[in-house]
Write a protein that binds this ligand. Structure first.
Ligand SMILES: Cc1ncc(COP(=O)(O)O)c(C=O)c1O
Length: 476
């Protein structure tokens, strides 16, 4: 017969082990735990001890008794969807996000910090060995580097991109590509080609902060068009903005926009292109996340509906192969001459070797298998991070349900300030991106973006738990 002391240890150990399983998300928020009878049988303990273990977990706030009896892992916040915003401010705003971006970038290079801020990808998810081997082989085998590639970039890469365009439901000739230093340069060149300083540019709200920074540096102004967390840019509001304000360009990311992960339907992509064409406004389409659908499909870019060459399609391998290679491209449509001339005047052309290594990787036939694996890693990772937020963040928190990519958008109750949370989190060696960085008008003060490009490790799990506690502490 166990002593009273032994029984006490037994129920505490049982409670502790179940708590571990909840913290590492083996038992997920909302999931039913084993019945008392089963727990007792499995652990060879009495029902009274099993009951004491559950009572301890309940008093620790980790589990609750469900409406239909049984014990369930407690959700802190219900899985509420992000609320669509309907207020349009058609007056263009000046943008000033640069100083905030510097803080996010500084945290990106600190290995002691849990990297939930910048859109970084775990190196083990990327085929870096194959690419680096290819690059070294190319360097040994040729006198590559003796000359400039010219503004369009090496034909070997453009041919591979032209072949790949068939999978995007497009048929783009190799001469229609201009290779760039990542998608960021593609967006810069596109904006420069179609606007002049002072012009107004329509952007999604929230929008990727790098885009807002480009708008800031080019002396442009932004008109923020609210985006729906699942469907992307609100086209009725875009239509209203186009009527109310002279808009010179629109930048959108219909496939898995960053930070919401929204996917625009093909009908809406068609409507978007038609609407902008009617108003004679070019669309700069950022498709960097197009390959990263969680369900494995490859949605077409809005460019597929472009009949007049007014969509400038921007992409890169930064989210699929190697961000450090800085290999990107733009298909500038009717702005090709202008973009080529700008590219030449900025940088003449890209560095040759990384582009050739990427071309070789595409040609090797390994790309599709790699991307299939990458997508499933992101689908699983985002889901686990999401579950962790549900478990840890205060009630009333809303979370996006991304269809692709690896960003999560978290809207906390109004009393939580994202900048305060960012500063508190950094003191605990956790990086996040505060919501106002994604807005020209500095909205989204109670929102953050959590980047899920690294596996959901115990360290990441503990970081999410801590973020939830820090957010709750602000609510008092
Ligand atoms: C939506 C979006 N566009 C563009 C970029 C920049 O891509 P690149 O690294 O190829 O310049 C990023 C990077 O995070 C992004 O999230």
């Amino acid at each position: 017969m166990p002593s009273k002391k032994q029984l006490e240890l037994l129920y505490l150990r049982t409670a502790d082990e179940i708590a571990q399983l909840i913290h590492n998300r083996t038992f997920r928020a909302g999931e039913r735990l084993p019945s008392l009878r089963r727990l007792a049988a499995e652990r060879k303990i009495s029902i009274a001890t099993a009951l004491a273990a559950y009572a301890k977990l309940e008093s620790d706030g980790l589990i609750e008794i469900g409406a239909k009896s049984g014990h369930f892992v407690r959700r802190q916040c219900d899985q509420l969807p992000i609320r669509p915003r309907q207020r349009l401010h058609a007056a263009p705003s000046r943008v000033s996000v640069s100083s905030g971006i510097i803080a996010v970038i500084a945290a990106m290079s600190d290995r002691a910090v849990v990297p939930l801020g910048g859109a970084l990808i775990a190196p083990e998810y990327l085929p870096l060995r194959a690419l680096n081997r290819s690059l070294a082989g190319l360097a040994r085998a040729s006198l590559c580097g003796a000359t400039y590639d010219g503004p369009r970039g090496p034909v070997a890469l453009r041919q591979q991109l032209a072949k790949r365009s068939l999978r995007w439901q497009l048929s783009i000739d190799e001469d229609q590509f201009v290779t760039t230093v990542g998608a960021m340069e593609a967006i810069h060149l596109s904006l420069s080609a179609v606007t002049r300083p002072g012009d107004a540019v329509a952007v999604e709200s929230p929008a990727y902060f790098g885009l807002l920074q480009a708008i800031e540096h080019l002396g442009l102004r932004a008109v923020e068009i609210p985006a729906h967390a699942e469907r992307g840019m609100d086209l009725d509001l875009l239509q209203r903005a186009l009527r109310a304000t002279p808009i010179r360009a629109c930048v959108a990311s219909p496939n898995f926009m960053n930070p919401l992960g929204a996917l625009m339907s093909d009908e809406d992509k068609q409507r978007l292109v038609a609407l902008l064409t009617r108003h004679d406004v070019p669309l700069i389409e950022d498709d960097v996340y197009g390959e990263l659908a969680h369900d494995g499909s490859r949605p077409m870019p809005a460019k597929a509906f472009d009949r007049h060459g007014t969509v400038l399609l921007c992409g890169s391998v930064s989210k699929t192969l190697a961000p450090g290679y800085r290999v990107g491209w733009v298909v500038p449509g009717r702005y090709q001459d202008k973009v080529e001339s700008l590219k030449f005047s900025h940088t003449v052309g890209n560095a040759t070797l990384p582009q050739l290594a990427v071309a070789e990787y595409f040609e090797s036939g390994r790309y599709d298998r790699h991307v299939r694996k990458l997508r499933s890693n992101f689908a699983r990772g985002v889901q686990r991070f999401r579950d962790a937020v549900v478990l840890s963040f205060p009630r009333g928190t809303r979370i996006s349900t991304p269809r692709g990519g690896f960003a999560l958008w978290v809207e906390m109750p109004r009393g939580v300030d994202a900048y305060t949370l960012q500063a508190d989190a950094l003191r605990h060696q956790i990086a996040i991106a505060p919501g106002p960085l994604f807005s020209a008008r500095r909205g989204f003060r109670n929102c953050i973006r959590i980047s899920c490009g690294y596996p959901f490790s115990p360290r990441a799990s503990a970081a999410i738990t801590r973020l939830g506690e820090l957010a709750a502490a602000q609510l008092g």
